[in-house]
Design a protein around this ligand. Sequence first.
Ligand SMILES: Nc1ncnc2c1ncn2[C@@H]1O[C@H](COP(=O)(O)OP(=O)(O)OP(=O)(O)O)[C@@H](O)[C@H]1O
Ligand SMILES: [Mg+2]
Length: 467
Amino acid sequence: MTRRILVVDDERDMRVLLQRIISQETAHEAVVEADPFKAIERLKTDSFDMVITDLKMPKMDGIQLLEEMKKIDPTVSVVVMTAYATVETAVEAIRKGAYDYISKPFRRQRIVMMIDKVMEWQQMVGENRALRKALADKNTLPAMIGTTPVMKDIYERIRQVAPTMATILITGDSGTGKELVARAIHENSLRSDKKFITVNCTAIPEHVMESELFGHVKGAFTDAWKDKKGLVEAAHKGTLFLDEIGDMKPSMQTKLLRLLQEGEYKPVGSEVTRKADLRFVTATHHDLKADIEKKRFREDLYYRLNVIRIDLPPLKERREDIPLLSHHFLQKYARLNGKDISYITPTAQEALVTQPFPGNVRELENYIERGVIFCQGDALTLQDLSLDSDQVSFFTDMENDIFQLAFKEAKEAMIHLFHRQYICTLLAGSSGNISKAAEKAGIQRQYLHRLMKESGINARAYREDVT
Ligand SMILES: Nc1ncnc2c1ncn2[C@@H]1O[C@H](COP(=O)(O)OP(=O)(O)OP(=O)(O)O)[C@@H](O)[C@H]1O
Ligand SMILES: [Mg+2]
């Protein structure tokens, strides 16, 4: 099917070249425009599937043009062309909604491939518009727990970027939920019915990595008895999740860059280039910028990966989510272990909220799992949890520690602890019903709300229907 492409560039040679490539090597129709303002006018009256525009033009830069065009037709796919020096601007363009960028100079083939990719994407989006709307209407991500503002922002971001083709970099400390986010992106994408394949770049030694990813042909090395498919092929049309990308060795980084840029790879021992259609999601706990400086990570690969970034905060920066998460894990492991444990005692809850958790959500989950195994009754207690002893002693030795502080601080610490203990116990006794709890305590509902907010307590953690 013929589709229409609008080319915007102030340089005549470039316009001629692109028009020639499009008419000779694709089935589509090209319209060229030297003046960005005229291009905008054209888009208002005419319809295009794709726009290819230069980034640096005298009258208006490509980013502005992109923004104007997206206002007129949000469905048009815009690809920007850029010289290497302005690659950061190109990344900025992608954040603003461009489909992708092409660095100049480029090979003919690169333009043709990009056009094919965009047209395939346009078709897929067209077919899935209804699905897309349905996804956008949902305001929860079922697998992810947490209601703190940072987490809500993350859900929102996932929902925005999931249905696009953009490469995503997820950063965060160990155990913060990077893999969970990667899965959520896949589940909310147009590829959710295809495979989600994880490649752990740490666990695989370098020489094995290449054959794991790209596969190999018979005889490629001593143990290669027969042809083997790689994970790239297994993930074709789906999502490839490259976990711990910061650990990937430089020679593999180069091969990965080719896969990302051209969609091409070669199985080990083969001279035949193969194609893959993949959505890339990557994750790392490294500071990639620092790795670039130490020459451990390729800068051009970083720009490719860092188009859209999702940063997961450590658990200690969202302690208010701990009660909800704990309750979620309690239900999960009680069910798995066939135990009937319905709640976490307020003292145990209190201890959990103040634990340091260097291992983040994963560590919290481990504590609860272990606690459930040891638990004899219908509530998870402080003893069951076997938290680090110096943390627990904070509660038992509070009376001693308090005398080390100045009077004002000691009083505040005591009041804070009292608020938390009192409110946790109160809410546990009223199954998280705030009105009931306030009545029982003889205080105003609004006042209780304020106290809860100050102490970072969430009533949902005490409700029985929480999942
Ligand atoms: N927001 C959340 N809601 C529910 N479960 C979560 C959440 N975040 C993390 N988890 C759980 O915590 C565990 C660790 O999460 P995950 O494996 O995604 O972390 P990670 O950042 O990839 O960790 P690592 O760096 O150790 O690989 C998983 O069992 C996951 O299901
Ligand atoms: Mg992980």
